[in-house]
Design a protein around this ligand. Structure first.
Ligand code: RRO
Length: 304
């Protein structure tokens, strides 16, 4: 009998449609392995660059109503050091997707090649960090640059390339179309929403970087709208991300048009059980509604 939860994203086979989002617990082989063992269908690493980077000064995260605002500032040990560490840990038994960032199309292509040489399954291009100078959303809000980055990466690699988009644009579907034109195999929507918090007593911005990115339940309706709009404009699969912490959230994203979902902030509030809870909930929902596969609910809301 066919497993109703299995999905295939651009040739990548997942036992269930949940993934670890970039940025949370993706800092080492051991943490990726823990997430895989907890039931994620795939895992995405923290965003990695060519060189190590220490990130912004503290505080880098603040809790607000409905979520977290972070301005980590892309801290990472550099792609080669990180992937050597992953190779040395025990095997991660689900697909590993490496999130990468760079400051030019050429450097994106260089990091992509380095990642794939070390045996990872797919790449996620971060063109959406809301508070990075010269990279992230500064690239991801320009459709021509997005197309160029994706084209350059795709020229040199033979593994699936996902492109993670920023919601901080007027027309996200236009950016998704540019990524598809450049050869992207899937779209991840969305990265965090530009935000800030101020300490009223001292009148000081709380984060070291002042401005950061909001994640968690508060951004879910924004993310659902983005997935819905992108689904109407592109043929490649969409991976939904933004405030997913329950199976109902996951089903909502899939009905909007997502073929799989990523979870990040919910791990901080609910722990690693969230993957199994979401997967079990989706399975029960499919059975109750008489669907034979999770694929049958993708984009269902567009019929209504
Ligand atoms: O590291 C960060 O500050 C960060 C990244 Br790379 C990103 O893509 N999104 C975000 O909210 N924070």
């Amino acid at each position: 009998m066919v497993n109703p939860l299995t999905v295939e994203i651009a040739g990548l086979k997942l036992a269930n449609p949940t993934m670890l989002a970039a940025g949370i617990l993706g800092m080492s082989g051991l943490t990726l392995e823990r997430v895989a063992e907890a039931g994620a269908g795939a895992v995405v690493t923290k965003s990695l660059g060519l060189k190590s980077r220490s990130g912004y000064t503290n505080p880098t995260v603040v809790q607000v109503e409905g979520g977290l605002i972070n301005a980590m500032g892309l801290p990472n040990p550099g792609i080669e050091y990180f992937l050597q560490g992953v190779q040395q840990t025990r095997e991660v038994k689900v697909p590993i997707i490496v999130s990468i960032y760079a400051f030019s199309p050429e450097d994106f292509a260089l990091i992509a090649k380095k990642a794939l040489k070390m045996g990872v399954d797919a790449l996620e291009l971060n063109v959406s960090c809301p508070h990075a100078e010269g990279t992230g959303a500064e690239i991801g809000q320009d459709p021509r640059l997005v197309e160029e980055v994706v084209k350059e990466v795709k020229r040199g690699v033979d593994k699936p390339v996902f492109v993670k988009l920023t919601p901080n644009v007027v027309n996200i579907a236009e950016i998704a179309k540019a990524a598809e034109k450049g050869g992207a195999d899937a779209i991840t929507a969305i990265n965090t929403v530009k935000a800030m918090a101020i300490d009223v007593e001292t009148a000081k911005p709380i984060l070291g970087n002042k401005i950061g990115g909001l994640s968690g339940p508060a951004i879910k309706p924004i993310a659902v709208r983005c997935v819905y709009e992108i689904y109407d404009e592109v043929k490649i699969p969409i991976i939904g991300c933004g405030g997913i912490s329950t199976w109902q959230d996951a089903v909502e994203f899939m009905e909007a048009g997502a073929s799989a979902v990523q979870t990040g902030t919910a791990i901080a509030t609910k722990g690693l059980n969230v993957f199994k809870q979401v997967t079990d909930g989706i399975e029960a929902f499919l059975e109750k509604k008489g669907f034979g596969s999770v694929k049958e609910i993708v984009g269902l809301s567009h019929q209504n």
